[in-house]
Design a binder for this molecule. Structure first.
Ligand code: ADP
Ligand code: MG
Length: 268
């Protein structure tokens, strides 16, 4: 799309087919952390629950245009996006309407690539685009995986964590083979971590044994301030910057930029 591909955003899905594992918390806090470090970030809410939208301080009940309109071809990202009032990044919002897209997309051309096509138009305006996926390996998630360069997988270090990962890893392999040869797993992010729980330490070690350097160095602790922040329409990183959870997400933003960001000087 762009004649200067190196100036184009790095696009990542935050995905895990389980609900309540920390996808949305990771998306909005990574976005806010990156924004604080001077990065231009767009969050795409691909979940009809609209939690990333609300958690960014954008009212999902008052969206004039949303990611639904973008996927169905009724509007452009540039017209539908809003600015997170406190987060310092842009948001392409979602609400319940998006649940209908799952059915309506089925009959459309290029049904898996509609988000990719729409994001290509604005990719040069951002350093990172973060896509918050719904808790299912659905057509919406497929749109996210087709649009992305990589996947960030937040996970809790619980007994069945490794088992649950294999479905996601298989889906990513299939998308890589059939739809998006660029797609790779960027890394596994340990979230809601409590070091006092021996089992969590054990699973964490297993993860490192299995996935090696695909496990991010940063660990996100269980921290109540991160859970309180969404009801104030703010990422935890903004709501209580001194909290352990906020500090961990800023550290994670550093780690991501170091691993995957492009030097500012190389940007047009
Ligand atoms: P998902 O998007 O995968 O469904 P969420 O990010 O919404 O998961 O997180 C599920 C719940 O856990 C939310 O209530 C959220 O506020 C809470 N939560 C997420 N991460 C943490 C954390 N590190 N510490 C405490 N609570 C957390
Ligand atoms: Mg969510």
């Amino acid at each position: 799309m762009s004649s200067f591909p190196s100036s184009s955003a790095r696009i990542f899905c935050i995905a895990n087919q389980k609900g309540g594992v920390g996808k949305t918390t990771t998306t909005v806090n990574l976005a806010a952390g990156m924004a604080q470090l001077g990065q231009r970030v767009l969050v795409v809410d691909l979940d009809p629950q609209g939690n990333a939208t609300m958690g960014s301080g954008v009212d999902k009940r008052r969206l004039e245009h949303s990611v639904y309109d973008v996927l169905l071809g009724g509007s452009q990202v540039a017209d539908a996006r809003q600015t997170s009032p406190r987060g310092g990044y842009d948001v392409l919002g979602a609400n319940r309407e998006l649940a209908g897209a799952e059915v309506e997309l089925v009959d459309l051309d290029e049904r898996e690539r509609r988000l990719k096509t729409a994001l290509a138009v604005v990719a040069h305006e951002y350093d990172f685009i973060l896509i918050d996926c719904p808790p299912a390996l659905s057509l919406l998630t497929l749109n996210g995986l087709c649009a992305a360069h990589g996947v960030i997988v937040p996970m809790q270090c619980e007994y069945f964590a490794l088992e649950g990962l294999s479905d996601l890893v298989n889906t990513i392999r299939q998308v890589h083979a059939n739809l998006n040869p660029e797609l790779q797993i960027i890394g596994l992010l340990r979230v809601m971590f409590d070091p006092r729980i021996t089992l969590q330490q054990q699973v964490s070690e297993q993860l490192k044994g299995h996935f090696g350097d695909k496990v991010f160095n940063t660990v996100i602790p269980r921290n109540v301030r991160l859970a309180e922040a969404p009801s104030y329409g703010q990422p935890g990183v903004v709501f209580d910057p001194a909290s352990k959870g906020a500090q961990a997400f800023v550290q994670f933003a550093h780690e991501m930029i170091e691993r995957l960001g492009r030097p500012r000087a190389a940007q047009g």
